[in-house]
Write a new protein. Structure first.
Length: 732
């Protein structure tokens, strides 16, 4: 009965996707088209109506949040325990394979996953050991190089140098591989590469899973990179039922290795004759969708679809052009303040920008106006300092050969163990081929007592943890290590740090594992996977500020897209390459389709670049939106309908407004002027308020005989030239 009700709520295209019977299928799922419902309902349909076992389905997502939501929906609809289902991220699924077949994969029984920062720290030490400095070898660039090679499926041994710098990177990559293999370390990219190699070299294990999985489902397929696609081809090659869901128009992560063309390759490689298109949008108004369609239609390399909705047209898209970035920010914050006062929740409003640097001026105006805001993308829970310290203790308790964990906490809290002592330990460890922990008892000198106190602490914790559950273990670490006392004495961050430690205890209290699994090892793996997931958490009512990249997958009632200037959005680095420009256009498409009811598109006519004010041409993406969809509320560019054309001046002195054409004969421009019969001076840059036009900023002041005029840029109105002998304005 539950199944029929679920199917009854689907539109024809969703129903066709859910009940697709034979062969692989590509589902083009447009923004807001209900793809999550389609995926989960298909899993339920396969189990309930086709008698497919829960272990015979492999469903792969890109985020832990998506995987958890999928598991929850399936569990709710089927009323089953989904603990043993193969639903998870690429990384978590790969980890599951490697945990079961660690010997065949060439790994120790307990291997540790390096997060991005741990990997970077290890590379810094490798670079230092090679007597290189940051100027000759950037560790961040080396990290990108290694991860990129792995995403392409290449080991250091597979690469051939084409210049000296490339040769240096390959040699460092080789050294990195050696250390990881010796210490049982696996980074994020290694998880997938190692599992791919496991299947490539072990036909029996590959056959085990190709026979087991009768159906494979992949979410957000447009975000797959080359290695993920090759991995899918390998494990799904003999499966005739690979179900890929994605939107090539939302492929915006090429900098992470994502390949939009994987979707077109899938059509050929998996023999899909005609994809199913989910084009009905349940999120946005018709005007917003028509704008999104018009923009993305300018891209050539796409499979193609057209979003539509049964909703009404909705309000037109509001175009506002500020004179400067300050005007841009002032308008945005002032408009949000009005929306909030009219009853709209701040949390239902988002400001999207191309570059993180754009948030500064917006934050300033939010602060001065007293409006709550949040810059989306702060440190996630498992990335926070105090949490990583506790986890490092946990890692070292589990495996004293974990040199990364040792280096993080050997002097946290401070134990008078300095850099020279660490260097001495590293020398002994390298010479004797032992871990840093083992080297502690071999180092002579003043620091030996401090080191022995630390190793004794770890041994004490190991003994205590043998008879404790995970909650007790974490509490023991926090207390006996001295971390709690250290943060109690941290006057600046004490409350926040201790609250986070408390939340960590709460997290492990509710952590469950399958029978036979190592509790500590599983939790450590869970923590690393969670730290790699960039999904949002719940916050108090506040405006959300974020990059467009960070906004993907989210939706808001009202969206402001700022900085719409050529060179900023689209970014100047992408203007000369067609593929790059197409990705920028997909980024604009994502930005537009985040809005449900109201969309503002905003730019500054000039912007400070390296301290110099530069003219900022309007973004080509604005020009790609049909004029009839736009309400041009500033009236600077000739785009859309200018509401100033309908501005009613009746009841006001007609001399109050002088067209810009009438300022051409003004003889003298000045920077300061006195209002008639008032001891008040106006200067360029002052904010003023007009009885009819509202708030504005003075751009120019002119005097011609007895006539004094001011060119003022009014918020929401645009530029006007007023006769100061008549105009009713007040200085703010």
């Amino acid at each position: 009965m539950a199944i029929s009700l679920a199917l009854d709520g689907l539109n024809p295209q969703q129903l066709a996707a859910v009940t697709h019977h034979q062969g692989s299928m590509l589902v083009l799922a447009g923004a807001g088209s209900g793809k999550t419902q389609v995926l989960t309902t298909r899993i339920v349909w396969l189990i309930k109506e086709n008698n497919i076992g829960i272990n015979e389905i492999l469903a792969v997502t890109f985020t832990n949040k998506a995987a958890k939501e999928m598991l929850h929906r399936v569990a709710t609809q089927l009323n089953i325990d989904t603990k043993f289902m193969w639903i998870g991220t690429f990384h978590s699924i790969a980890l599951r394979f490697l945990t079961k077949h660690y010997k065949e994969a060439g790994l120790p029984s307990f291997f540790h996953i390096l997060d991005s920062q741990d990997q970077l720290n290890l590379l810094k030490r490798i670079v230092k050991k090679a007597n290189l400095d940051e100027t000759s070898c950037s560790t961040k660039e080396l990290q990108k190089f290694i991860n990129y090679q792995k995403e392409q499926g290449y080991r250091a041994a597979d690469l051939q140098a084409n210049n000296l710098r490339h040769e240096m990177s390959i040699n460092l990559y080789r050294e990195y591989e050696t250390i990881c293999n010796n210490d049982g370390l696996v980074d994020f990219t290694e998880l997938l590469l190692r599992s791919y190699e496991l299947f490539s070299t072990n036909q029996n294990i590959l056959n085990l899973y190709t026979k087991q999985f009768k159906h494979i489902l992949i979410d957000e397929f447009q975000d797959t990179n080359q290695l993920q696609y090759k991995w899918l081809q390998l494990i799904g090659g003999k499966c005739l039922n690979v179900f890929a869901v994605g939107d090539d128009d939302q492929s915006i992560y090429s900098f992470r290795g994502a390949k939009a063309l994987n979707m077109q390759a899938f059509l050929q490689d998996f023999n899909v004759k005609q994809p199913i298109r989910l084009e009905q949008n349940y999120r946005s108004t018709s005007n917003i969708l028509n704008a999104a369609n018009a923009v993305i239609d300018n891209n050539c390399n796409r499979i193609g679809k057209k979003l539509w909705t049964t909703k009404n047209d909705g309000n037109k898209i509001k175009l506002y052009e500020g004179y400067t970035e300050e005007d841009e920010a002032y308008f945005v914050v002032d408009e949000i303040k009005s929306l909030y006062q009219s009853g709209l929740k701040l949390s239902s409003i988002a400001i999207l920008y191309r570059s993180n640097a754009q948030s500064r001026i917006l934050e300033h105006f939010f602060y001065t106006q007293g409006l709550a805001y949040r810059v989306y993308g702060g440190l996630r829970f498992f990335d926070r300092q105090e949490i990583k310290h506790v986890l490092a203790y946990l890692r070292l308790i589990k495996n004293t050969s974990d040199n990364e964990a040792f280096l993080r906490i050997v002097n946290v809290p401070a134990r008078k163990i300095g850099a020279k002592t660490i260097e001495g330990l590293q020398t002994i460890a390298a010479t004797e081929n032992v871990s840093l922990f083992a080297a502690c008892k071999m180092l002579d000198g003043k620091a030996q007592n401090c080191l022995l106190q630390f190793t004794n602490l770890i041994h004490t914790l190991q003994q205590q943890c043998m008879n404790q559950n995970l909650t007790q273990i974490i509490n023991s670490i926090i207390e006996l290590s001295g971390l709690r006392q250290m943060y109690l004495e941290d006057k600046k961050n004490s409350i926040e740090r201790l609250d986070n430690l408390n939340e960590l205890v709460n997290a492990v209290t509710n952590f469950k594992v399958e029978d036979g699994q190592d509790l500590v090892a599983t939790f450590l793996a869970h923590a690393v996977l969670e730290s790699g997931d960039g999904q949002a958490q719940k916050y108090d009512d506040s405006v959300q500020l974020m990059t467009v990249h960070a906004a993907k997958g989210l939706e808001f009632d009202t969206v402001f897209v700022v900085g719409l200037e050529d060179g900023l959005f689209p970014h100047e680095n992408c203007l000369n390459q067609e593929n790059d420009l197409e990705e920028e256009r997909r980024l604009m498409y994502v930005a537009i389709t985040r809005a449900k009811s109201e969309l503002y598109i905003i730019r500054a006519c000039s912007r400070l670049i390296w301290g110099k004010r530069i003219s900022a041409p309007i973004s080509r993406f604005v020009n790609e939106i049909p004029g009839e969809l736009i309400n041009n509320i500033s009236g600077i560019s000739k785009i859309g309908k200018n509401n100033l054309e309908e501005f009613n001046l009746s009841g006001a002195n007609s001399n109050n407004w002088i067209s810009e054409d009438r300022t051409t004969n003004v003889e003298t421009k000045i920077s300061r002027i006195q209002l008639n019969d008032q001891d008040i001076f106006l200067k360029i840059g002052d904010m003023v308020e007009h009885v009819k036009f509202g708030k504005g900023k003075i751009l120019n002041l002119n005097i011609d005989g007895s006539k004094k005029t001011a060119e003022i840029f009014f918020i929401g109105i645009g530029k006007k030239v007023l006769d100061l002998t008549i105009a009713k304005i007040e200085k703010i």
